[in-house]
Design a protein around this ligand. Structure first.
Ligand SMILES: Nc1ncnc2c1ncn2[C@@H]1O[C@H](COP(=O)(O)OP(=O)(O)OP(=O)(O)O)[C@@H](O)[C@H]1O
Length: 259
């Protein structure tokens, strides 16, 4: 009997299989099987040192895998450089802010849009390419609410606004998968709700597929469709937030530690 669409497994845009990284004899990520479905927000949680950032680094190619595979849209991208993975649609932000402070807000986003459209940053460019670049950059800045501050130096933005700019930079590259590494890190408590709302809006308006590492449980519970729990480099559990939060092993893993 043919399966109905509802019974068919959802399509994983990004799939890790047996992903392992051993450094100096220690497995910092061990045999992780994890798929991110089209349009979902997958939260990655776990105590400090559990391997969350290392998992993102393995997916984005910044850390070489000892074994295992990564597939993007069904294509095996294992062994590809970080740059090639980014060009193929794996976008990434980092725990620490990574904007060019001397450049304007608009220039920061323009560079990302240019990289997506291809070509280099030479002065002479065909008018269509310049238009495409500035339209993409403008739309991304509009979405994150920074269009009115496009001309100011990125370095003069508040930490929360720098995080918004990083999102705009990511969006301008139109990634298939957005990987956010602790987007709330360093953001003041009063800016957290606005940034949380923004990530939710980006998902709704762009249909974005997101993997997000975050320690703020209130944020992750508000945004995530599923939660992957890392512990000592292994994937402890991946399920709905309700199932994960009720799981005795997860609660034990966190006993005495910050979620
Ligand atoms: N390049 C590396 N060389 C050696 N050890 C590393 C390297 N990168 C990470 N580790 C180790 O791997 C473990 C996992 O680190 P990772 O940063 O991935 O954890 P995390 O879950 O993101 O932690 P946090 O929540 O504190 O950011 C840690 O013990 C860390 O010291």
């Amino acid at each position: 009997m043919t399966a109905t669409p509802a019974e068919l497994p959802a399509r994983a845009v990004l799939q890790a299989t047996g992903l392992t990284c051993t450094i100096g004899g220690a497995a910092i990520v061990s045999d992780v099987d994890l798929g991110v479905q089209d349009g979902e927000l997958l939260g990655v949680i776990g105590p400090n040192g559990a391997g969350k950032t290392s998992l993102l680094n393995l997916l984005s190619g910044l850390l070489p895998a000892t074994s295992g595979a990564v597939q993007l849209d069904g294509q095996n991208i294992s062994g590809w450089s970080p740059h090639r993975r980014a060009r193929a649609g794996l976008g990434r932000t980092f725990q620490t802010s990574s904007v060019f402070g001397e450049l304007s807000v608009a220039e920061n986003v323009s560079i990302a849009a240019q990289a997506f459209l291809g070509g280099n940053l030479r002065l002479w460019q065909p008018a269509t390419r310049i238009r495409g670049r500035s339209e993409r950059a403008g739309a991304a800045l509009e979405l994150v609410g920074l269009a009115g501050r496009a001309g100011i130096a990125a370095g003069s933005l508040s930490h929360g606004d720098k995080r918004k700019l990083e999102l705009a930079i990511l969006l301008a590259g139109e990634p298939k998968v957005m990987m956010l590494d602790e987007p709330m890190a360093g953001v003041s408590a009063e800016d957290v709700p606005e940034l949380t709302e923004l990530i939710g809006r980006v998902r709704r308006e762009r249909g974005a597929t997101v993997i997000m590492v975050e320690h703020h449980m209130d944020v992750i519970l508000q945004l995530a469709d599923r939660l992957a729990v890392m512990h000592h480099g292994s994937l402890l559990l991946c399920d709905t937030p309700q199932v994960v939060m009720a799981d005795a092993t997860v609660q034990e893993a966190y006993l005495g530690g910050a979620l």
